[in-house]
Design a protein around this ligand. Structure first.
Ligand SMILES: Cc1cc2nc3c(=O)[nH]c(=O)nc-3n(C[C@H](O)[C@H](O)[C@H](O)COP(=O)(O)OP(=O)(O)OC[C@H]3O[C@@H](n4cnc5c(N)ncnc54)[C@H](O)[C@@H]3O)c2cc1C
Length: 425
């Protein structure tokens, strides 16, 4: 009977170290330098950040998502989930631990599909935290439906020429290179007619039209670029994986990332719940503490139960990935946690923010970023609806229609069957 929810004591010690390191060492950066995590390091922050990264390396915790073949510890998804739960409340932590998106997903696909030369040139610096990278797939006219992408790559002798526009390419501002998805064969199904290319950011013709921010960010301070590819020439060996493999590659990079996002959100929700509980026992109104009002108790209980369910579901999904080593086999649950992530974040952060009254909606509490996160999570890596469709299709797979007019659980027929069973006992 194998059924265990415990964490090994040695790993729990690691988690304890991470918790303290995040609270004591990284949170000062979150508070004093919000929004700077993905910018190039200047003389002021450079030494601090490099020292923090080194402390993480010394603990053997740098880039914990990597397998041993890439210099990581091969922790697997469950342990990684527990780490991400702790890192999730800090915007700087992913950079300090080498787990920042989109670099993790980009590293994963270069490791899996890249040539030796591509690994040397692009993967190595990424793994060592020496550079940022960008993943350029979404287009201004199409996101959730990638079959509508039109950015084109055409062969010209030994080179490829890429032309088109991409939207919301995160970190283009600071990326040393871009992985771009383009149509290479418009005459076959889009699922077989698109390819990925590795493009250095300084390649002529590659241009950022403007940087977009998310809700509340000042104009041009954002990290998500509208990019144009105006006849960008790259050599034949810029192709990542085989020609026509873009969809397969894209799926590889998103599977693990969704679990990481979900677990970071678990950490944020726990923080929101802790804040809510503190407020409930601190504030009095109309003769009693907020904690003594039944409507407040209901919100606390709902938040606790919603979070506990979600956390177990995410960990179970991570566990399945570790067991089967096959994202496709776990796709139903990966899609389900993907669409639950914004919902749980939305519900718990909203209740906590609301319980703080005016202070909650003020800029003196950290709710704005958490709240914005819920809206962002519902869109990034594909909108909620698309993942619900995936889950529904998987749930319906292999289902058969009832054999006659009535459902198979129609009680008159079931009772008839039961009577016959009893007669034969
Ligand atoms: C913070 C952030 C970072 C991002 N980073 C990157 C990045 O680095 N690289 C990159 O390539 N992209 C990135 N994206 C883009 C992201 O992948 C897309 O936004 C996402 O795939 C959705 O595409 P879209 O925005 O074009 O929405 P659309 O496809 O236009 O969908 C809009 C809405 O239509 C509805 N809808 C869509 N499809 C269906 C359906 N089948 N059934 C019912 N309703 C539907 C949903 O309500 C959906 O929200 C990022 C986005 C965000 C918000």
């Amino acid at each position: 009977m194998a059924w265990d929810f415990s964490t090994e004591p040695e790993f729990e010690e690691k988690l304890e170290w991470i918790r303290e390191f995040r609270s004591e060492r990284i949170e000062p950066l979150d508070l004093l330098y919000p929004g700077r995590a993905y910018h190039p390091l200047d003389d002021e922050l450079g030494p601090v950040v490099r020292s923090l990264k080194q402390q993480v390396r010394d603990q053997g915790l740098w880039a914990p998502h990597l397998g041993p073949e890439l210099g990581g510890r091969g922790f697997g998804q469950v342990r990684l989930a527990l780490i991400n739960e702790i890192l999730g409340t800090s915007s700087w932590a992913p950079v300090i631990f080498g787990t920042a998106a989109p670099d993790t997903g980009n590293a994963e696909i270069i490791a899996r599909y890249g040539t030796e030369e591509q690994k040397q040139r692009y993967l190595q610096p990424l793994l060592e935290g020496e550079c940022f990278s960008c993943f350029s797939m979404t287009e201004p006219q199409a996101g959730a439906d990638p079959t509508l992408f039109t950015t084109r790559a055409v062969r010209d002798g030994d080179e490829w020429v890429i032309t088109g526009r991409k939207f919301f390419s995160s970190n283009a501002r600071t990326a040393r290179f871009v992985i771009v998805m383009a149509v290479t064969d418009p005459d076959v199904s889009p699922y077989k007619g698109m390819s990925m290319f590795l493009v250095p950011s300084d390649t002529p013709g590659l241009r950022v039209e403007r940087h977009l921010g998310t809700l509340g960010e000042a104009a041009d301070e954002g990290m998500h670029a509208l990019m144009s590819y105006d006849g960008v020439r790259v050599p034949g060996d810029a192709l990542l994986g085989g020609e026509g493999q873009a969809f397969v590659i894209a799926q590889t990079r998103l599977g693990g990332g969704r679990v990481h996002h979900a677990m970071r959100v678990v950490g944020q929700c726990q923080k929101a719940l802790d804040m809510m509980a503190e407020r409930a026992v601190s504030r009095e109104t109309q003769g009693s503490r907020l904690a003594d009002k039944q409507l407040v108790q209901a919100d606390l209980a709902d938040s606790y139960a919603q979070l506990a369910q979600f956390r177990l579901f995410v960990l179970y999904t991570a566990w399945q990935i570790d067991q089967y080593n096959d994202y496709r086999r776990v796709r139903k649950d990966i899609a389900a946690i993907k669409f639950l992530t914004p919902k749980v974040l939305h519900d718990i952060v909203y209740r906590s923010m609301h319980l703080h009254g005016a202070l909650g909606v003020s800029n003196e509490m950290p709710f704005a970023d958490m709240w914005t996160g819920a809206a962002v999570m519902a869109v990034v890596d594909g909108p909620t609806e698309v993942h619900k469709i995936t889950v529904a299709k998987e749930v319906l797979r292999g289902r058969e229609a009832a054999p006659g007019l009535w459902p198979t659980e129609h009680l008159p027929a079931r009772r008839e069957w039961a009577r016959k069973q009893l007669e034969n006992m």
